[in-house]
Design a protein around this ligand. Structure first.
Ligand code: ADP
Length: 265
């Protein structure tokens, strides 16, 4: 009997070992998958604007005489726009790394919502050019207690998405609403919206909704970083349909109010 029991224990131990090996290898393969997804998205997303920058700079150098001042200006604008895009992307990657290590430092200060939105719009520059932007953010809203640089980045990511995933010529509305202890900044667009089953997952790293009409360029990092930054502030971020018929996307960002909500320091 003892022998039989010993055998059974040995078999059970072996099974447990196999199961844990399997789990280890699953964890490993998930890490591998994330690593290669990151690598391919990083190389793709760094490369696309770089190709455009190098191409425009080469045209400026080689065809200098043939280009009118309008042509030169256009090429210089492309270089600036793509440079800005690269900058945003690298900043996102840096934040993601800091979030991953729990090393994201918040430099909180009482900040004005309207100024934050304005700074994000300015940062995006021509990315919003083909949309009608409506800013419904009063200038006497109470101050929020946030890191203005990081929050500007959150707003830039959300606004960039609104423009990227809705038809050109359509309207993007930014509203500011005061609650009891928080202020909500909402960005609504007139795009196809996000299906109910994807509304939470879009905040996961690398999650991208497969669109019927082909996928737009992107990494699936933007909203995950937004959520990381907003959570670090003790705020909230969620996706809702913008319209009653379920279309459009409305991203709502709830932010804590500054202690002295009467004015901005
Ligand atoms: P990316 O835009 O780089 O793919 P994000 O993390 O910013 O990554 O967004 C994740 C996914 O959520 C996008 O791929 C897109 O499918 C969906 N999404 C985000 N914003 C919108 C929006 N305003 N309208 C429709 N879909 C959106």
């Amino acid at each position: 009997i003892l022998d039989a029991l010993t055998d059974q224990v040995a078999i059970a131990v072996e099974r447990t070992r196999l199961v844990s090996d399997l789990q280890d290898s699953r964890i490993l393969s998930e890490t591998e998958r994330l690593r290669s997804a990151l690598l391919s998205s990083v190389s793709h997303d760094l490369r696309t604007p770089l190709v455009s920058i190098i191409g425009s700079a080469s045209s400026l150098i080689e065809a200098d005489d043939a280009l009118g001042s309008g042509g030169r200006r256009q090429l210089a604008e492309t270089i600036k726009e793509e440079g800005d895009r690269l900058n945003r992307y690298v900043q996102n990657l840096l934040d993601m790394t800091r979030l991953g290590y729990g090393a994201l430092k918040l430099n909180r200060q009482p900040s004005d919502a309207r100024e934050l939105v304005g700074a994000a719009v300015h940062q995006l520059g021509s990315a919003l050019r083909s949309h009608l932007l409506v800013l419904d953010v009063a200038d006497d809203l109470p101050a929020v207690d946030v890191d203005p640089i990081l929050m500007q980045q959150v707003l830039a990511n959300v606004l960039d998405n609104a423009a990227k995933y809705s038809p050109s010529g359509s309207t993007i509305i930014v509203t500011g609403l005061t609650g009891k202890n928080s202020l909500t900044i909402a960005v609504s667009d007139e795009g196809p919206g996000i299906a109910r089953e994807d509304r939470e997952r879009v905040f996961d790293m690398f999650y991208r909704v497969r669109a019927a009409d082909g996928q737009r360029a992107g990494t699936g990092l933007g909203l995950a970083i937004c959520k990381g930054i907003v959570d670090a502030h003790g705020g909230s971020i969620r996706a809702e349909p913008a319209k009653a018929d379920g279309t459009g996307t409305r991203i709502e960002i709830g932010l804590p109010l500054a202690a002295d909500t009467k004015g901005v320091a």
